[in-house]
Structure formats: structure tokens, C-alpha cells
Design a protein. Structure first.
Length: 434
């Protein structure tokens, strides 16, 4: 991923230095287990750990791989250069490359998930804070982009919080899904390595042994992981789209924080654009781009092929680095979002009471008017507001068919804004707890 959309902690997980360090730990722990089982000399296992303080030379490994055309062999050759060829002769005993590669990938995904969970926690904290801040800040709810009925800005933040909380649960489950390791040898039969070696390595590295691997860890696990990242990305876009809408000039119910010295346009000095949330929409597309390839990686030939390998070398870092950046960008946007309650009220009243039409409809039916006639009466007066700019309440009060069923006081009461807020506390309790 390009530096513009990267945070150092996540980038470090996917660096060659980190990868080779994990490869080393897998090999060293496997040697310990082999020695404990009496398969290799204890002195050889102990000698491998001499490389624990070493800095693996990435350029040297690349140089060897240019000849061997095999990355794991290149690393093992370099490890022998550090430890000594005789001392290292039992390294990788009974193992196959996928034992190292797949276990490492899962360790990296687990570490990436931990950073993503931290990012989600920051987003959740920001959404919760803003939800309570604007619990009773009234704004118009919209369906199809058209005014519907009153809601609150707090409920908008709360529903995004609930969605992100579900995403957190999904990511915890996806993390568990990929937290397995395999040290099972060629085609996964343990023919040349004891299953207890796998158990030891996994315990040391915080993984569970894969119940049954072939020569690879099953890729349905990874498909679930990347699918979860795609869902989280879509939720980020969901929040971003709402903010972008609110920042439109003719709406302006909220906007991204515009810092001193910030410029919105190279041509138009007046511009204050929703650049961060537009960026989040784009980043969400990049994360979702990993989902289909991850799904297609599930189907491999027989016990293994490497059609998945090139895909994962790209989507592993790209999807996690991008999503990590997006989560923290979203958190920053929500934390600093500028909200305009006055504009919310102004927008809601733009059509002069029209948003109370359902209350009048229901009141007419409760007064004995058929639903068909009630709808006709309310819509007839509502259309005058749309087409002639009339005041909805005044039109109802002037309509003899309406006043035959409802008194002026009853009509007036149907325009009480507080009616729409009476269950806000109940919804908040459901979302955030008592």
C-alpha cells in the first residue's frame, strides 16, 4: 500500500524483517520440540537460537533467492550462514514450506486484526460520545433522499455505533478463524514430523493447531477474514456517505472540520469539500477489492497448489493496511465533526409542517374516517405544500372534511415535535445499555 494511506504499526507487520523473524521463530520452536522428542540433538536446537539476536539480511536473502528461485530455501540458507551449517542441519526437519508460510500468514493476520480492533474501538468511542452529545438534537429523517419524519442526530450516531459494534464482533470471530497454525509436513499427513511439534509451535506463537491441513491451511478461513474486512469497509462508507450528504451546501447539517490554513480548491477559494469522507468511500472500495480473490482462493488443486500465494501477498498487506488507515481516519472525522443544529431545524421546517403528515393520517383513522379517505384528505393538503408553498397545518385547519373529524386543538397537537422523541432513551438503552 502507498505511504499516503498507511500507518507505520500496520506496515511493520508486513515488512520483510517481520516476516523473516516469524519464519525464524517457527523454525526455532520446531527444533525445540524435535529435540524434546529426541528426534534431533538438543545442542543443535539450542544453536539455532543464536540467530535470535541477529538481524536477518533481506538483501542477502533476496540474492540467494535469485539463484534458488525459492524464498523459504533462501531464508534457510541465510539462517545456516548465521548459525553454522553443521548446527543448522536439522532445521526444517520433516517440514514443508507451507508449514512456515501459512503459519506466518496467520500470525500476521492475527496481529493485523488486533490493530484493526483497536481502530474499531476508537471509532466506537467517537460515535458513542457524539451520540450522547446530540441525543436530542432534532433533524429530519430521510427516505429516498426525501424528507420523511423527525429523528435526532444522536440516533444517527447511535445506529452507526450499533453497526460498528456488530463489526467488532465479526472481526473478533474472524481473528479466531485464522488463528491456526500447521506444521504437518508434505500433504499434511505428519509422516515425517510428530504432531506434537505442531502443538508446541502453535502454543508458543499463540495459535491453535489446524485440525486437518493438507499441505496448506484451508483457505475458507482466510475467505471469512477478508469478507469481514469488506463488511467493515462498507460500514465505513455508510458513515462517510451520510456525512458527505450532510455537508452538501444546500443541506449543511454537519461538515468535516476545516483546519486553519486548509485549502478546498486550487481554483475556487471559497470551497470546503468533504475530502476525508470522499477518501473513505474510495478506500472502502480498495478493501472490498480483496474479498472476491480471497473467496476464489478457497478452491485449490488436491492437497495444494500456489494459485493463492500471489493473491495473498497482495491482499494481505493491502487490505489490512488500508482498512487500518480508514478506521483511524473515520474516527478523526467523527471526533471533529462540526454539527449545525440550527440548520437541521431549518431544513426540517422547509416544507412547513409537511413531515407530520402520518400523525394526521393516523388521527383521522382513529376518528372514524376510512384509511382511504384519510390518506386522500392528508395527501390533498400535502400537495399544496409541495406545489404552492402553503403551510400544512393551516391548510388542514381550512379543510372542512378534516375539521369535521378533528378539532383545531387535535390538529395543533399533531405538530408537537416532542412526540417523535419519546422513545429515544429506549433506543439508546438498547444500543449502549442501561
Amino acid at each position: 500500500m502507498i505511504p499516503r494511506y498507511s500507518r507505520p504499526d500496520m506496515v511493520a507487520i508486513w515488512s520483510p524483517e517481520t516476516k523473516f523473524r516469524i519464519w525464524f521463530e517457527i523454525e526455532a520452536h520446531a527444533c525445540d520440540a524435535q529435540a524434546a522428542l529426541g528426534v534431533i540433538p538438543k545442542a543443535n536446537a539450542e544453536a539455532v537460537w543464536k540467530a535470535a539476536e541477529a538481524t536477518f539480511d533481506v538483501a542477502r536473502i533476496d540474492e540467494i533467492e535469485a539463484v534458488t528461485k525459492h524464498d523459504v530455501i533462501a531464508f534457510l540458507t541465510h539462517l545456516a550462514e548465521i548459525v553454522g551449517s553443521d548446527e543448522a542441519r536439522f532445521v526444517h526437519q520433516g517440514m514443508t514450506s507451507s508449514d512456515v508460510l501459512d503459519t506466518t500468514l496467520n500470525i500476521q493476520l492475527v496481529r493485523a486484526a488486533d490493530l484493526l480492533l483497536a481502530g474499531l474501538d476508537r471509532v466506537l468511542a467517537a460515535l458513542k460520545t457524539r451520540a450522547y452529545e446530540h441525543k436530542d438534537t432534532v433533524r429530519i429523517g430521510r427516505s429516498h433522499g426525501i424528507h420523511a419524519e423527525p429523528t435526532t442526530m444522536g440516533l444517527t450516531f447511535a445506529r452507526f455505533y450499533a453497526e460498528m459494534a456488530r463489526n467488532r464482533t465479526r472481526l473478533v470471530n474472524a481473528r479466531a478463524e485464522v488463528a491456526t497454525g500447521a506444521i504437518s509436513g508434505a500433504v499434511g499427513t505428519f509422516a515425517n514430523i510428530d504432531p506434537r511439534v505442531e502443538e508446541h509451535v502453535c502454543e508458543k506463537l499463540g495459535l491453535l493447531p489446524e485440525p486437518i491441513s493438507t499441505q496448506v491451511i484451508p483457505r475458507d478461513r482466510h475467505a471469512m477474514f477478508f469478507a469481514t474486512l469488506g463488511v467493515i469497509a462498507s460500514s465505513i462508507e455508510n458513515v462517510a456517505i451520510e456525512i458527505r450528504h450532510m455537508q452538501r451546501t444546500e443541506v449543511l447539517e454537519a461538515e468535516e472540520f476545516f483546519s486553519p490554513g486548509q485549502k478546498g480548491s486550487s481554483a475556487m477559494p471559497h470551497k470546503r469539500n468533504p475530502v476525508l469522507t470522499e477518501n473513505l468511500t474510495g478506500l472502502a472500495r480498495l478493501v472490498r477489492m480483496a474479498v472476491i480473490p480471497a473467496m476464489e482462493n478457497v478452491a485449490l488443486w488436491h492437497e495444494r497448489d500456489i494459485s493463492h500465494s500471489s493473491v495473498e501477498r497482495a491482499i494481505g498487506p493491502d487490505a489490512t493496511i488500508t482498512l487500518d488507515f480508514a478506521l483511524h481516519r473515520l474516527a478523526g472525522v467523527v471526533e471533529k465533526l462540526v454539527v449545525y443544529p440550527e440548520n437541521m431545524l431549518k431544513n426540517m421546517n422547509k416544507f412547513r409542517g409537511l413531515v407530520m403528515s402520518q400523525r394526521v393520517l393516523l388521527a383521522l383513522t382513529q376518528a372514524g374516517v376510512s384509511r382511504e379517505d384519510s390518506y386522500r384528505l392528508v395527501q390533498r393538503n400535502a400537495m399544496k405544500v409541495w406545489e404552492e408553498g402553503k403551510d400544512f397545518k393551516e391548510e388542514l385547519l381550512a379543510d372542512p372534511e378534516v375539521t369535521a373529524a378533528l378539532s383545531p386543538a387535535e390538529i395543533e397537537e399533531k405538530f408537537d415535535l416532542g412526540y417523535h422523541l419519546k422513545h429515544v432513551d429506549t433506543i439508546f438503552a438498547r444500543v449502549f445499555g442501561a
